[in-house]
Structure formats: structure tokens, C-alpha cells
Design a binder for this molecule. Structure first.
Ligand code: ZN
Length: 422
């Protein structure tokens, strides 16, 4: 990536057009709008077609070349001086959850469009081309898995497996793409990318709580998931004295508090969750003889994540001894932590700093297209606050000033990566 330094940086920091960005978000937010002011615009539906066509029209109006690949990802390309260079890319998704908001994903695509419009306003020609992409089916709610379009683009999933995926009504991705006219020609896996940036609402409460405008995203948490089975002895709740019990339910309770504690001990990036818990036989006057539960541990740092797993295993061993139960721990997912490229993270931080926005370093606890893109290009993300940290909800809200700040940071980070006329 060309991270050409500005000769006179103070004079070079650009800002996005706040009202135009907000208007685009509100305009796209009419397609599939729900009574509560959110969006229900699931992937590859007719509503998805309508917003795709709107985006393409906006791209053409901004002078972009439009292309569509075989999984329906849409690329708006603004030519650079040297079009043999791989593009500096930004984007996100315009599909939503059934009860989604107007900002999750849509902000990243509209911010990218605003970058192109702003470069047009200012007559700036970048050295490398600029591309804005709308990835197909990021949400994965109609067609699992999530991040399908970026996964196919980066070779994480094959085109064949993605196209064969069916929704609950038995309609395949291939059929749905055809029916909305978005089975494109461009081959996948896709073209080389010079650098990738994605702006997104945080979908969590950290920025709002810290009263910061910009989250400089360092990376994404690593994840270790387990199924846990605890086997004790079922017996009568009355005649069995406390000291003679092998209570699987009690051990489950001890594990829940341990999972919480180990995550707190590895703050601020540790996370520990028990999301599922089933007690057997599930009778009020029987001591539980068996429990099935899940454990989800996350951390940004592999060493810390390993320590959390080691701690969990040691605690399980103690509880087995103490309560005379047998615990089986079965791993079900293992994702290494992901660190975004230093150059991209620095470009985001530097832009936020220079533009005078309050910012903090943050990590992504959720999945994003940028995580797949990071496998093939230097990548980075910009977070802006959302009200109450609420997302995947029709009540999702974001402040126009915060969104404009995010788009301004994106604009400068991309310009830095793409280079401009000497
Ligand atoms: Zn999203």
C-alpha cells in the first residue's frame, strides 16, 4: 500500500458533507422501512433489488464504473491516475435483519459514496482507483452464513456452496440472485485490493459510554467456544443431605460465575458468556444429575485467550474433585484474534486526531466484512457510536454529526492510502 505522506498535512484534511450523507442514509432507509422506523430488507429480496438499483444510480451519477460479480457484490469504481494499481476499497452491506435498523451496514456504503462525491466536489484525482462495494448478504439471516458476499470474494467460501444455500422456503441464493437480476459476470474470488477500510456503527455501548466520536478499531476478538456436559447424580431433594450431593446444577452455577470472573480478570478485552443451560431431569424436587451448557470466551490477545481457557479447565478440575461430578469440555469453535494492519489503523487514528475528533482504540466483538478482507489486503475499520449501543433493532439510531465524522475519517484514510496528484 502506498501511504504517501502529505507535504503539508495541516492543509490537507478534508471533511465529508454531513447533510448529503444524512440525506442518502434517509433516502435508502425508505426502502423496506418498518412501522417502527427500522428496516426489514433481507438479502436478495425485491426490496434489496430496489436499494441496489438506487445505489447503482447514485454511483453512475457520481461518474463511477459499475460492476457486479457472480455472488451479486456491487462495485462502484472511481478511476485514478494509474488504473493498473489495485483499488483502495471501502464498503459494507445494505441488507438488514428482519427487524434491523437504517445504519448497520448502510452507513459504511453511504460513507463510501460520500467519499466519492467529496472527491468529485474537490476535483481530486487519486493515484490508485477508489472503489465502493456493497457486499451481498452480510447478515446471513435469510441465507446463512453471514458475510457471504465478502466470503466468496476473498475465497473463504466457494461460489458453488454459496449459490446452493437455500432459505427457509427452499429458494436458493442462485435463484434469488437471478430473480432480482443481480447474478453478475465478474469472476470470484475477486480482484486484488490495495487497502480496505470499513466504517460501521459500533453496535455496542463503549463509545457512547466514553463520550468519544471515533473508535479506532484495532482488530477483532478471538473466540473459543465449548459445549460443556456436567454429570452428577440425580436424587431426591428432601432425603439427600447437602454434603452428600453430586449436584450438576450447582457446578454449572459455579462455572457461570467463573466464566464471568475470568473475563473480568482479563479486562478490557476479555469476554465470557454462558448462553445456553439445560438442567436434567428438570424437576423441582430432583437434584440435577446432568447439565448441558455452552461457554463463549473471547479476547483480542491469543495469550490472554489461552490463559482464560487454561483457567476454565483448572476450575473444572477443582469442581470435579469438590463435587464428585464428571465434566466434559468439547471445543466447538476456535477463531484466532485478528489484528488490522498497522498502516490502516494508524491512518484512521491520524485522521481522527487531525480532524479534532475525540477517539479511542476499540476492538470489534462482532463479525464484519472487513475481517475477511483483512486476509487479503491491509484493512482497517472506523466505528462511530450508536444510541444506547443498540443494533440489530428497529430502534437503532446514530447522530448525524458522528456519522459525518466517521465519513470524514474514512475520506482522509482512503486518500492517504490511494495517494493523490503530486
Ligand atoms: Zn453490519
Amino acid at each position: 500500500m502506498d501511504m504517501q505522506a502529505d507535504k503539508n498535512p495541516a492543509a490537507e484534511w478534508l471533511t465529508a458533507n454531513r447533510d448529503r450523507l444524512w440525506q442518502s442514509l434517509m433516502d435508502q432507509g425508505k426502502i423496506g422501512e418498518t412501522a417502527k422506523g427500522g428496516l426489514n430488507r433481507q438479502a436478495l429480496t425485491d426490496l434489496d433489488r430496489q436499494v441496489r438499483e438506487l445505489l447503482i444510480q447514485w454511483g453512475k451519477d457520481a461518474g463511477c464504473d459499475i460492476s457486479i460479480d457472480k455472488i451479486g457484490n456491487i462495485f462502484l469504481r472511481r478511476a485514478g491516475m494509474d488504473n493498473t494499481l489495485p483499488p483502495v476499497m471501502t464498503g459494507s452491506h445494505i441488507d438488514t435483519q428482519p427487524t434491523g435498523g437504517k445504519f448497520d451496514g448502510c452507513f459504511g456504503v453511504m460513507a463510501g459514496l460520500e467519499v466519492i462525491r467529496r472527491l468529485n466536489d474537490l476535483n481530486i484525482t487519486t493515484r490508485a482507483p477508489i472503489e465502493v462495494v456493497a457486499w451481498t448478504n452480510e447478515e446471513g439471516c435469510r441465507f446463512p452464513p453471514c458475510m457471504m458476499g465478502s466470503g466468496v470474494f476473498t475465497g473463504e467460501f466457494t461460489l458453488e456452496e454459496a449459490l446452493a444455500t437455500r432459505d427457509a422456503k427452499g429458494i436458493s441464493v442462485a435463484e434469488a440472485l437471478d430473480s432480482i437480476g443481480f447474478a453478475g459476470e465478474k469472476t470470484v474470488p475477486g480482484h486484488a485490493v490495495g487497502a480496505y477500510f470499513e466504517a460501521h456503527i459500533e453496535q455496542g455501548p463503549i463509545l457512547e459510554d466514553a463520550q468519544k466520536t471515533i473508535g479506532v478499531v484495532l482488530g477483532a476478538l478471538g473466540q473459543r467456544w465449548f459445549d460443556v456436559t456436567i454429570e452428577g447424580v440425580e436424587s431426591h431433594a428432601g432425603p439427600t443431605p447437602m454434603q452428600l450431593r453430586h449436584d450438576a446444577g450447582l457446578v454449572a452455577a459455579e462455572l457461570i460465575t467463573y466464566v464471568n470472573r475470568i473475563a473480568l480478570e482479563h479486562a478490557p478485552h476479555g469476554r465470557g458468556t454462558v448462553g445456553c443451560l439445560d438442567l436434567f431431569p428438570g424437576s423441582r424436587n430432583v437434584i440435577p444429575g446432568k447439565v448441558n451448557m455452552t461457554v463463549d470466551l473471547r479476547h483480542l490477545d491469543s495469550h490472554s485467550l489461552n490463559l482464560m481457557v487454561t483457567g476454565l479447565k483448572a476450575r473444572i478440575h477443582e469442581l470435579e474433585e469438590l463435587h464428585g461430578v464428571t465434566v466434559t469440555l468439547t471445543p466447538t469453535a476456535d477463531f484466532a484474534p485478528l489484528y488490522f494492519a498497522d498502516a490502516c489503523v494508524s491512518a484512521v487514528r491520524q485522521a481522527a486526531e487531525a480532524l479534532g475528533y475525540e477517539h479511542i482504540d476499540i476492538v470489534s466483538g462482532a463479525g464484519h466484512d472487513a475481517i475477511f478482507l483483512a486476509e487479503q489486503a491491509p484493512a482497517g475499520m472506523i466505528f462511530v457510536p450508536c444510541e444506547g449501543g443498540i443494533s440489530h433493532n428497529e430502534m437503532e439510531r446514530a447522530d448525524p454529526d458522528h456519522l459525518a465524522a466517521g465519513a470524514s475519517v474514512l475520506l482522509n484514510a482512503m486518500l492517504n492510502a490511494a495517494g493523490k496528484e503530486a
